[in-house]
Design a protein around this ligand. Structure first.
Ligand code: NAD
Ligand code: LMR
Length: 332
C-alpha cells in the first residue's frame, strides 16, 4: 500500500539552498525513495515571484513522489500540518552590519516562526535549522515553541561532519564512504571542533583508526581542523556565494538519518539541546555525536576525551554561551 505523504516545510525556499534542496526532497533523498511528499515553501513577499518560479519548475520536473506544492509568503499557511520543517530562511549579514544587528534580525524571525510552528505544525514535527547563526536560531526557536518537544529541535552541523569525512578521505586516498565516526563538537562556526580521535576507515583487513592511519597528529590537530572550520569561508571566496548544494545534501542526510536511523556502529553529528553530556553546559544547542533509531536521536556516551579535545570543546561552548546572551539581549 502506498504511504501517506509527509509534509515538508522549507523556509527561504527561493534562496540558493532552497533551490538545491527542494528537488532533492521531491526525489526522495530526504525522506526515502518510497515516501511521497508534499512540499510547503515559504519566503518573504520580496521573493514571491521567484518562489512561484521554483514551484513552476517543481511541477515541470514531474517528480513521481511529489504529491503537492504550496508556495506562500504566509507563515501560517506554510506551517499548516507540516511533519518536517527545514528552516533555511534568514537575514544575511550585509556590509556595515555588526554581529548584534544580524543576530537581532534573526532572533525576531525565529521567535515569530517558532510561534507559527507551535500553532500550526503537526504534532511531533521535527525541526532542522540551517540558517545562521544556526545553533542560536534553533535555541530561540526552542524557547518560543515550548510545546514542541526539545528533542524535536535541531540545527545543521552535518555539513561540517561531511566536510571532515571528505578531508580524511582525501588525505588517506580512501573512499569517503569507508570513513566514519568523525565528530563535530559545538557551534556551526569557526570555533567548532572537528574531532577524528574515534574515527575509523573500513579496509579489507577490518576497521582501522584514522589517527593511526594518518600518523600525523600535527596535521590532525592543525591544518585538518582549520580546513573544516574555514570551509564555509573558502567556498564563499571561491563561489562568491555560500555553500548551497553541499548544505542541501547534508540537510537531507540529517533528516534521513533522524527519521530512518543511522547504520549500526555509525554515528553522525547533529546540533541538539544539551543535557550536560560531556560536561557541555545544559541549555545550549551544541553539536554532539548521535545515533538515531525509531525517529529519535541519542547522544553517543562514554567516548574518551583527551585534554586537547576538552579545551576545544569548552572553547566552542563558551562561544555558544556568549551567542545565547547576545540573542537574549536582542529580545529585550
Ligand atoms: P539566500 O540568501 O540565497 O536565501 C535565503 C532566503 O531566505 C531568501 O530567499 C530570503 O528571501 C529568505 N528569507 C529571508 N527572511 C525570511 C523569512 N523571515 N521567512 C522566510 N524566508 C526568508 O541564502 P542561502 O545561501 O540559501 O543560505 C540560507 C542560510 O543558510 C544562511 O543563513 C546561510 O548562512 C545558512 N547556511 C548554513 C549552513 C549550515 O551548515 N548550517 C550552510 C550554508 C549556509
Ligand atoms: C557554510 O558553512 O558553508 C556556511 O555556514 C557559511 C556561511 O557563512 O553562510
Amino acid at each position: 500500500m502506498a504511504k501517506e505523504p509527509v509534509r515538508v516545510l522549507v523556509t527561504g525556499a527561493a534562496g540558493q539552498i532552497g533551490y538545491a534542496l527542494v528537488p532533492m526532497v521531491a526525489r526522495g533523498v530526504m525522506m526515502g525513495p518510497d515516501q511521497p511528499v508534499i512540499l510547503h515553501m515559504l519566503d518573504i513577499p520580496f521573493a514571491a515571484e521567484a518562489l512561484n518560479g521554483v514551484k513552476m519548475e517543481l511541477i515541470d520536473a514531474a517528480f513521481p513522489l511529489l504529491k503537492g506544492v504550496i508556495a506562500t509568503t504566509d507563515v501560517a499557511e506554510a506551517c499548516a500540518g507540516v511533519n518536517v520543517a527545514v528552516m533555511v530562511g534568514g537575514f544575511p549579514r550585509k556590509e556595515g552590519m555588526e554581529r548584534k544587528d544580524v543576530m537581532s534580525k534573526n532572533v525576531s524571525i525565529y521567535k515569530s516562526q517558532a510561534s507559527a510552528l507551535e500553532k500550526y505544525a503537526a504534532p511531533n514535527c521535527k525541526v532542522l535549522v540551517v540558517a545562521n547563526p544556526a545553533n542560536t536560531n534553533a535555541l530561540i526557536l526552542k524557547e518560543f515553541a515550548p510545546s514542541i518537544p526539545e528533542k524535536n529541535i535541531t540545527c545543521l552541523t552535518r555539513l561540517d561532519h561531511n566536510r571532515a569525512l571528505g578531508q580524511v578521505s582525501e588525505r588517506l586516498n580512501v573512499q569517503v564512504s569507508d570513513v566514519k565516526n568523525v565528530i563535530i563538537w559545538g557551534n556551526h562556526s569557526s570555533s567548532q571542533y572537528p574531532d577524528t580521535c574515534h574515527a575509523t576507515v573500513s579496509t579489507k583487513d577490518g576497521e582501522k583508526s584514522v589517527p593511526a592511519l594518518v600518523n600525523d597528529d600535527e596535521w590532525l590537530r592543525g591544518p585538518f581542523i582549520q580546513t573544516v572550520q574555514q570551509r564555509g569561508a573558502a567556498i564563499i571566496k571561491a563561489r562568491k556565494l555560500s555553500s548551497a548544494l553541499s548544505a542541501a545534501s547534508s540537510a537531507c542526510d540529517h533528516i534521513r538519518n533522524w527519521v530512518l536511523g543511522t547504520p549500526e556502529g555509525t554515528w553522525v553529528s547533529m546540533g541538539v539541546y544539551s543535557d550536560g553530556s560531556y560536561n557541555v553546559p545544559a541549555g545550549l544547542i551544541y553539536s554532539f555525536p548521535v545515533t538515531c533509531k525509531n525517529g529519535e536521536w541519542s547522544i553517543v556516551q562514554g567516548l574518551s576525551i583527551d585534554d586537547f579535545s576538552r579545551k576545544k570543546m569548552d572553547a566552542t561552548a563558551t562561544e555558544l554561551t556568549e551567542e545565547k546572551a547576545l540573542a537574549y539581549s536582542c529580545l529585550n
